[in-house]
Each structure stands twice: as structure tokens, then as C-alpha cells.
Design a protein around this ligand. Structure first.
Ligand code: URA
Length: 447
């Protein structure tokens, strides 16, 4: 018989910096999954774990209990090496929507389980749901049916896959308990190990818009994630990527989908094209369709140029009941009631763009949630007209905002003004990707 514990004593123990046993951690995760303990108690536990950390034994128990809160999907009847990618979360990070169809069109099955917006970062599911009709919630049979038919599925957690993470993720989002290495590692790896993959590519972000602000913390997170993947027999490669400014130009939901459509036609912003081809290329390599990451990148570029990636995207949108007419004609999407611009108040160069503040500003415009129940406005968001290093003249537009919340425009404009610094000298360029981390260790990587 499984032991029961007093949750208040467990919260107190963690609050007092004592270690919990594996059984105590397992109890918390299981009891929460089965609604036997309350949101407010788990919130207190998460904050204590966030502030005082989890040791290696606690972290391993946390990931394992989340993984075993549901089933591990068996996709062995689907031929091929199944590969997925996951990002630790960023602002304007829409790459999953591009690389999933690219990689599937190259013959590598991609069973992708994604999350919703978390904190100041956007979520793949919210972006997909901005396509009218698109269904991300499905049962396991439908998940398997779609991946078997298209070599691709873009799903939310089914009730069978890491249900504990689904609940904890929503709670962490609204209790300021996201930025913790063991909590992030458990969340990501429980979903990924449960979804039926053979290999995994991770995009581990560092900088102002990432959950890990410093490169050192991001490397520690990458090494933890790769270690868990390899321990479960999944070939795992992580890249350390720069989130000191938003990725691409669009931040929101539908406007990010629109930018992905451009990328699938080969006309996305430079940083989007480079990073998505690197990650797709690595997935194609891990999927056994290329002999090296470089060859994988070439195949990825070719899948965009020959139109096969976009054709795969149309197939999956149609299969998951999304409106393909809007994907073909994105200009038909209904606009928000209000649009505003932020203009430069001096000549110079864009020196920095605080992606955390820009992510929060987009959330305030309606593109993210402040409570678990809040609905997202699919058309709200921010479009950058300039990026770090760009020259700008006084009066020129730095960015545009889109919202249906007229009363937020003034506050958000102030936030955005504070988030963008203009200087007379151009800043030194920063690399988009700094390191690679795999079973051989972590080393510098140049793109
Ligand atoms: N992505 C996840 O799935 N979980 C986290 O905790 C952070 C990013």
C-alpha cells in the first residue's frame, strides 16, 4: 500500500530547506494529479522548491513521478526514428511550427506535444489555436492515427501523457515559479519521454527573454536535460541560443503563425530561417536521413525551397481541422480593434531590446494569460520593425502593437519605451547560437 503524507508537513519541510524523500515527492505529484491536494498547497510547495531548490535525488523523483503520472506512448508500429524538438521558452519563439513540417516532409516522423504560454513566453498550442478550427486536444488513438498518416502530429498533452505536468505547468505559469532548473527539466522531459520519441533536439535559451538569464545557468539546464534524455536511452542534442532580443519580428499568436508561413515560403526573418534550419537539420540528422548536422541543414533548406514543407503544413492544418484558406491567404485574418506605434525619440542604433518586458507587454495586450482561466486574444501582439543593431532616425517606428484592450495602450507603450534602448554607437553583435551540448559534453558552436 502506498504511503500517504501530510502535505502541510511536506511544504514545511521544503520551506525549512530539508530534503524530501523520493516517496514524499511522488506522493505530492500523485495526490495533485488525482485532485487530492489543493492548488494553493501545491503553489506553496512549488515556491518552496523554487526558492530552496531540489537536490539530485529529489529532481530525479520529480521527473519520474511526472513521467509516470501517465503512460509512455508506444509508437513502435510507426516506421522510422521518431524525433521531436522542445524549447525552454522564449519571446517570439515560433520555431516548432516551422521545423515540424520541414522535418516530417523530409521523412522523419515528428510526434510533437507542446505547451501553452508560460510566464512572459508564448506557447505553441496557443499559436496553433489562433488558426480558426485547429484542434490540439485529442485522445491517444487520434494522436497515433495522425502521426501514422502524416509523419506529424501537433498536439497538447492528452490526458494520458504526463497529466501531472499539464496541471503543474498551468499552476507555475500563474504563481511565478517557472524559472527553476529542476522544475523546468521535469516538465520538459516528462512530456518528451512520454510521447513516444527516439531522439530529441533541445533549444535552451539564455538572456533577457529566457527563463535562464545567464549562459552558465542555461548550460546547467542543458546538461541536466541532456543527462535525463540519455539516461532514458534517447539521443539528445541541445543548443544554447540567444534570447537577449525576441526571435524574429512577430510576438503574439496569429502574427507569429503568419511569420511561420513566410518562413515556410523561404521569406522569414534571417534569425528565424537560420535557427529553424539548424534545429530541423539536427532533427533530420538524428532521424537518420542525413550523415551530419550540416547535411541535415541542406535538406531542411531544400524542403522549404521545393514547397514540400509548406504542403506538409497545409496537410496537418487540414487534418487537425484548421482553416487552410487563412493559411493560404493570411491577409484575410480579422484585425484587432486598435493598433499603435512606438517611435524613436532620438537618432542612433537600437542597442538592446529587453525581451522579458516585450513578452510581458504582449501578454498585457491580450496575447498571454494572467490567470489560468484567462482567454487569449489570438490577434493581439507586437510586430518589431527594428532589431538590435539597426540604425534608426528620430520619429521612425520601432514597433507596432495590436490589441482589443484600448485601456492598456498607454501602460504598454510606457513598458515598451523602457524596454528599448537607443544609443549613438552600434552595439557589438551577439551570436545567435553559442554552444552545443550532447553526450560528449558542452562545447562552443558557431552558426
Ligand atoms: N517548457 C516546458 O514545457 N516546461 C517548462 O517548465 C518550461 C518550458
Amino acid at each position: 500500500m502506498e504511503q500517504k503524507y501530510n502535505i502541510v508537513s511536506l511544504i514545511r519541510k521544503k520551506r525549512e530547506r530539508k530534503s524530501l524523500s523520493a516517496n514524499e515527492i511522488k506522493y505530492i505529484i500523485k495526490a495533485y494529479t488525482h485532485n487530492e491536494i489543493e492548488d494553493y498547497q501545491v503553489s506553496a510547495f512549488l515556491m518552496a522548491a523554487f526558492l530552496n531548490g531540489l537536490n539530485n535525488e529529489e529532481s530525479a523523483a520529480f521527473t519520474e513521478s511526472m513521467l509516470h503520472s501517465g503512460i509512455i506512448v508506444d509508437l513502435s508500429e510507426i516506421p522510422g526514428i521518431k524525433v521531436d524538438k522542445h524549447s525552454t521558452g522564449g519571446v517570439g519563439d515560433k520555431l516548432s511550427l516551422i521545423l515540424a513540417p520541414v522535418v516530417a516532409s523530409a521523412g522523419v516522423p515528428v510526434p510533437m506535444i507542446s505547451g501553452r504560454g508560460l510566464g512572459h513566453t508564448g506557447g505553441t498550442l496557443d499559436k496553433l489555436e489562433s488558426i480558426p478550427g485547429f484542434i490540439v486536444d485529442m485522445d491517444l488513438d487520434r494522436y497515433k492515427e495522425i502521426i501514422a498518416k502524416h509523419d506529424l502530429v501537433l498536439a497538447g498533452q492528452t490526458k494520458e501523457i504526463a497529466p501531472a505536468d499539464k496541471k503543474l505547468y498551468a499552476l507555475r505559469d500563474v504563481t511565478a515559479t517557472v524559472e527553476s532548473i529542476p522544475l523546468i527539466a521535469g516538465s520538459i522531459m516528462s512530456k518528451k519521454l512520454a510521447e513516444g520519441i527516439d531522439a530529441l533536439v533541445l533549444d535552451v535559451k539564455y538572456g533577457s527573454g529566457a527563463f535562464m538569464k545567464s549562459l552558465d545557468d542555461a548550460i546547467q539546464l542543458a546538461e541536466t536535460l541532456v543527462g535525463i534524455g540519455e539516461q532514458f536511452g534517447k539521443k539528445t542534442i541541445a543548443f544554447l541560443t540567444n534570447m537577449n532580443q525576441p526571435l524574429g519580428n512577430a510576438i503574439g499568436n496569429w502574427i507569429e503563425v503568419k511569420e511561420c508561413i513566410d518562413a515556410m515560403h523561404g521569406t522569414g526573418p534571417d534569425d528565424i530561417m537560420k535557427l529553424s534550419n539548424l534545429l530541423s537539420g539536427t532533427m533530420i540528422y538524428l532521424g537518420g536521413k542525413a550523415d551530419s548536422i550540416e547535411e541535415g541543414i541542406r535538406i531542411s533548406e531544400q524542403q522549404i525551397q521545393n514547397g514540400e514543407a509548406f504542403a506538409k503544413w497545409l496537410d496537418i492544418v487540414e487534418e487537425q481541422h484548421g482553416d487552410t484558406d487563412l493559411i493560404r491567404n493570411p491577409e484575410k485574418y480579422p484585425e484587432t480593434g486598435h493598433r499603435f506605434e512606438l517611435k524613436a525619440d532620438q537618432d542612433g542604433y537600437i542597442n538592446s531590446m529587453d525581451s522579458f518586458e516585450i513578452g510581458m507587454a504582449s501578454l498585457e495586450l491580450g496575447a498571454g494569460r494572467r490567470t489560468k482561466e484567462e482567454h487569449i486574444d489570438p490577434a493581439a501582439g507586437i510586430m518589431l520593425k527594428k532589431k538590435v543593431g539597426d540604425k534608426i532616425s528620430k520619429g521612425e517606428t520601432i514597433l507596432e502593437g495590436f490589441t482589443n484592450k484600448a485601456d492598456m495602450i498607454e501602460t504598454v507603450t510606457d513598458m515598451l519605451r523602457g524596454a528599448v534602448a537607443i544609443t549613438s554607437e552600434a552595439p557589438a553583435p551577439e551570436p545567435l547560437v553559442s554552444h552545443i551540448c550532447d553526450s560528449e559534453g558542452t562545447r562552443a558552436f558557431e552558426l
